[in-house]
Design a protein around this ligand. Structure first.
Ligand code: URA
Length: 261
């Protein structure tokens, strides 16, 4: 016997579709709403349509809107609030949480990842899934931890993209461009001595180029700070042989940190 779906079933179905990556509610076929009979207003009485201001104004450039929003933030908390209020990136619609940062903002090293995955989206914190556990072990091997209180032992962790992309796809160049001004401000406010750029998306945002296999291990500069590109921990989980290079990069990072003290 067929049972009538309850609101609980509908909600579960919706959550399932969001999990699959749906970001919009649409029908199977497009509906031209201009062709639908207007049930509420008689044609002879219909007033001239008044366009809302937003429709008549020149379209906003999402990148300059991001620049203005980010520049207005004078604390990390205000920057997080500015990101939460930023309306131009559709990834926010499919995400459960904004993933801003974790760790100690006074840390001398800031790690910049790509984008949240499922676990990060659920918890609202960067690098908390399997790749995050590996990241914690890697940095613990050179005496650094996101939980440490002393800036010289601590890590601060952020992501280029604060919202999880559907099905963990790569963020598009437009999405990265929108988030660049926010990361520039994030780095300026946290003011670490050194940056670690984890993976290709972080290198594209910070250095304007991809190719992590070639870039890793070579110091560069991003957002006015010395920056070391490194393999992304999820890649190291899939390719354990690359851990050797990652270890060399961690030692280089530790040596650079020591040279600054
Ligand atoms: N990978 C990232 O780049 N960021 C996270 O938060 C998790 C995995």
């Amino acid at each position: 016997m067929e049972s009538t779906p309850t609101p609980h079933d509908d909600l579960a179905c919706l959550a399932w579709q969001i999990e699959l990556g749906a970001t919009e509610a649409i029908l199977d076929a497009p509906v031209n709403r201009y062709d639908l009979p207007d049930k509420t207003v008689q044609p002879t009485l219909r007033a001239a349509p008044v366009r809302p201001a937003a429709e008549t104004a020149t379209p906003t450039d999402p990148v300059s809107a991001a620049g203005t929003a980010a520049a207005g933030a004078t604390t990390l908390k205000a920057l997080q609030a500015a990101l939460a209020a930023y309306p131009h990136c559709d990834l926010r619609l499919g995400a459960r949480n904004l993933v801003f940062s974790d760790g100690n903002p006074a840390a001398r090293i800031m790690v910049i990842g790509e984008a949240p995955g499922r676990d990060e989206d659920l918890q609202g914190k960067p690098f908390v899934g399997r790749a995050g556990q590996l990241l914690d072990r890697m940095f613990a091997a050179i005496g650094l931890s996101r939980h440490a209180a002393r800036p010289e032992d601590a890590l601060y962790i952020g992501n280029i993209m604060p919202w999880r992309p559907p099905q963990n796809r790569d963020p598009s160049p437009e999405e990265i461009a929108m988030m660049r001004p926010f990361m520039a401000r994030h780095v300026a406010l946290a003011n670490p001595d050194l940056l670690v750029l984890m993976g290709n998306i972080s290198c594209e945002a910070g250095l304007g180029k991809r190719g992590i296999t070639r870039l890793r291990g070579t110091w560069s500069e991003a957002w006015g700070k010395p920056a070391l590109p490194m393999f992304y921990p999820a890649y190291l989980l899939r390719t354990p042989a690359a851990k050797r290079e990652a270890w060399a990069d961690l030692l280089a990072l530790k040596a650079r940190l020591r040279s600054l003290t």
